[in-house]
Design a protein around this ligand. Structure first.
Ligand SMILES: [Zn+2]
Length: 301
């Protein structure tokens, strides 16, 4: 059974010129259903992450400011989304959805989220459209509850996962691997366990060569029993913020390398969506949907 976390969507009016494509969260499940990739039975609605679960990763001060909507204006500006009680609630659903995906992945091999990948959220602040760090919350819960022992985060969003790197810096049970644009945001990049920095304009051949040669080595040496894959599609050449030059087929091949490697090693994998800022929303949706289709094909659901 393919289980897909679909967090409730709330109305968040964004300025017309805002770069954050909220519409994709509605349209991706619709496209997947209309094309027969999934049916309604594949979708599950996560529960809210509890305060204790959030505090496994975030500071009490930051969480208090979020829940009381008292974040300083400059801190809210860093996040880049209009703060509201509904937005915070949605982040709590997303975070717990990523954790629930991990439990499904242990049973079924793979589970995906129609959101998530908020890798720029630090323990004590948010930035870059990220408020709560879903992968880190899920990882900490899995380890504290003895549901996983060694977790590999594969972060292929074009932006380095600075929040993941900082939160997991001293955690030997979590290996953070990030491949990202060298000259792109964030401009201060706390070191991950392994960072591969890519020049502007990196194409399919260079990108896929790097990934296919690096990933098996990490898995063989770290021996993870859970993988989180942040499959941001802002690597596309069409992306407004990405600066790389991957084609749609290259992006699909990237996903295939990650998913087939996890499948061949028998390691449960959770896929979260991450970023995507192509001006044509259809490019973003196509790229994300091919990740779901690959999952279905490889695990033969
Ligand atoms: Zn990104």
């Amino acid at each position: 059974m393919l289980k897909i976390a679909h967090s409730p969507l709330f109305c968040h009016p964004l300025p017309a010129n805002h770069r954050f494509p909220m519409a994709k969260y509605q349209q991706i499940p619709e496209r997947l259903i209309s094309q027969g990739v999934i049916c309604h039975d594949n979708l599950f609605h996560p529960i809210l992450a509890s305060e204790a679960e959030i505090l496994s990763t975030h500071t009490a001060k930051y969480w208090h400011e979020l829940k009381t909507l008292t974040l300083a204006a400059k801190d809210a500006r860093k996040i880049g989304l209009p703060m509201s009680a509904e937005l915070i609630k949605r982040e709590r659903y997303i975070a717990h959805g990523t954790y629930e995906c991990a439990l499904y992945a242990k049973n079924y091999g793979i589970s995906l989220s129609t959101s998530g990948g908020t890798h720029h959220a630090f323990a004590g602040h948010g930035e870059g459209f990220c408020i709560l760090n879903d992968i880190c919350i899920a990882s900490n819960l899995l380890i504290h509850r003895k549901q996983a022992e060694r977790i590999l985060i594969i972060d292929l969003d074009v932006h380095q996962g600075n929040g993941n790197a900082a939160i997991m810096a001293d955690n030997p049970k979590v290996f953070v691997f990030s491949m990202h644009g060298k000259k792109n945001y964030p401009f201060i990049k706390p070191p991950s366990d392994l960072d591969i920095e890519l020049d502007d304009g990196t194409d399919d051949t260079t990108y896929l060569h790097q990934l296919s040669h690096t990933l098996p080595t990490i898995i063989d040496s770290f021996c993870p029993d859970m993988i989180f894959y942040q499959a941001g599609v802002d690597v596309l050449a069409t992306d407004a913020l990405g600066k790389l030059s991957l084609s749609m087929a290259g992006c699909e091949r990237r996903d295939e390398i990650v998913l087939r490697t996890a499948h061949q090693h028998g390691i449960p994998v959770v896929v979260v969506m991450g970023g995507g800022y192509s001006p044509n929303l259809g490019d973003i949706i196509t790229a994300h949907c091919q990740t779901f289709l690959l999952a279905k094909q490889i695990w033969q659901y």
